[in-house]
Write a protein that binds this ligand. Structure first.
Ligand code: LMR
Length: 393
């Protein structure tokens, strides 16, 4: 039986992690996988999360099963963070998932169950694992243009032109903030125009919100999602806690589904069913940590301050890199780096230039020239800038 299996191509982002680890050079720079790192290259446990963990440790009395759909208090805290205090609880169904990836997968599964023959529209480019999961599921998808490779900004006219072809019941996957891999994001005005188009066509938005708090702020990064949620009758939101709580390995995510109040019960039961068929109960620990952090005022204030430090640190690195590139290139052609938001920027280097920087400068970035800004520090910013110029980017 097993000899029928075909080798699967490794995930490019994860393979790059392995290559980086195996590289013996002291001066290597990891700008690959989307994991936050401080100036020393460490991914610390946030202190508020650590304190919450001690509290959970002290108060937990059992490891028996918890909720199949997840914990209601986690759902409420997440809904409030993502949708704001006045979120419509009577229209909302929630599912705790295995990270943000699990939320995406369950969202796709729900869409497939609800709307047979649906097409899922994804931005070109998008997070490669979106495509990989859709391929694995045998789910039909189409790409809409998103990124202008010359200006490294959103090509909004092209995006809207492509989305005119969506049909009623199709799913349009949008990145809520901090677009992965480009770093180029919609303005609030553009979100409004997307909402108009979705209203006209009857397509259903699905928002992947994996980096809330990493762009312009916790509230600001949710603004597009909230606008869509306030306007469209049905919305899917796949939220991740991996990055903004720094709990990558706890695998904590939440799929939120807004619909008519009459459909809420059936939607909720379908979500529970999806968990049960796939892996049964979702991980509990991360939900407990996030719930404590979000609902305890002192922990929440501490977490928000830490998150803000992470965010402003990345903004400062963006500015340093843009300034250095302006100096070295004697032009403003890299100013987009400071305008992008979130962890990532797609720099526009060719695969050959990316390979050259890896071979000659020990700088690791994803093959499409996506860099993780948080992988930089004051010392490596000038190294990257120099390497980019030397590679002819
Ligand atoms: C990334 O894009 O680097 C992260 O979302 C990590 C992953 O799983 O790919």
């Amino acid at each position: 039986m097993l000899n029928n299996l075909k080798a699967q191509a490794p995930d490019k982002i994860l393979a790059l992690m392995g290559e980086y680890r195996a590289d013996p050079r002291d001066n290597k720079v990891d700008l690959g996988v989307g994991v936050y790192k401080d100036a020393d290259g460490k991914t610390p446990i946030m202190t508020a999360v650590h304190k919450a963990e001690k509290q959970v440790w002290d108060s937990e009395t059992t490891k028996s099963y918890a909720g199949l759909a997840g914990q209601p208090e986690f759902h409420a805290a997440m809904a409030e963070m993502v949708l704001g205090k006045d979120y419509p609880a009577d229209r909302l169904a929630c599912l705790s998932t295995v990270g943000g990836t699990g939320a995406c997968r369950m969202g796709f599964e729900l869409a497939r169950m609800a709307s047979e023959g649906t097409t899922i529209w994804v931005s070109d480019p998008t997070w490669p694992n979106h495509l990989s999961i859709l391929n694995f599921m045998g789910q039909a998808f189409k790409a809409y243009r998103y990124f202008d490779a010359d200006s490294r900004s959103v090509d909004f006219d092209a995006m809207m032109a492509d989305l005119k072809a969506v049909k009623k019941g199709d799913i349009v996957l949008l990145h809520g903030c901090c677009h992965n891999p480009t770093g180029a994001n919609l303005t609030l005005d553009q979100w409004g125009k997307v909402a108009d188009l979705l209203e006209e066509t009857g397509a259903v938005p699905m928002i992947d919100l994996a980096y809330q708090g990493f762009g312009d702020g916790l509230e600001e990064d949710a603004a597009g999602t909230r606008l869509i949620a306030s306007r469209l009758p049905e919305v899917l939101i796949a939220a991740s806690c991996s990055k903004n709580f720094g709990i990558y390995r706890e695998r904590t995510g939440c799929l939120m589904v807004l619909g008519a109040a009459e459909t809420q019960g059936v939607t909720q039961s379908t979500l529970s069913y999806l968990n049960r068929q796939t892996y049964s109960f979702p991980p509990y620990h991360g939900q407990a940590l996030v719930t404590r952090v979000l609902t305890d005022p002192a922990l929440r204030a501490e977490w928000e301050a830490e998150l803000e430090e992470v965010r402003t640190g990345m903004l400062s690195l963006r500015k340093q890199l843009a300034d250095e590139l302006r100096r070295l290139s004697n032009s403003d052609r890299f100013d987009f780096v400071a305008e992008h938001r979130g962890m990532f920027s797609r720099l526009g280097a060719t695969p050959e230039q990316v390979a050259k920087m890896k071979a000659e400068n020990a700088i690791y970035m994803v093959g499409d020239s996506r860099i993780n800004i948080a992988g930089l520090n004051e010392k490596s910013v000038p190294l990257l800038a120099r390497a980019l110029i030397d590679a002819g980017v």
